[in-house]
Design a protein around this ligand. Structure first.
Ligand code: ZN
Length: 56
């Protein structure tokens, strides 16, 4: 299902194009660039996604 919507769900760093590392726990899912360019936190319980893309 998700494979069809490529681009939007692509977990890549917008800066270096590296694959984001995803870490999940009960409260949230964190996806981040291994080199620290980009970070995204999704809180399932709140239905909120916080994006940190200004980590330069
Ligand atoms: Zn990066």
């Amino acid at each position: 299902m998700l494979g069809k919507i490529k681009g939007w769900f692509e977990d890549k760093c917008p800066v270096c194009d590296d694959k984001l590392q995803a870490v999940s726990n009960t409260a949230c899912t964190t996806k981040s660039c291994p080199q620290g360019h980009y970070k995204e936190e999704t809180y399932c319980t709140l239905g909120v996604t916080i994006v940190y893309d200004g980590l330069k």
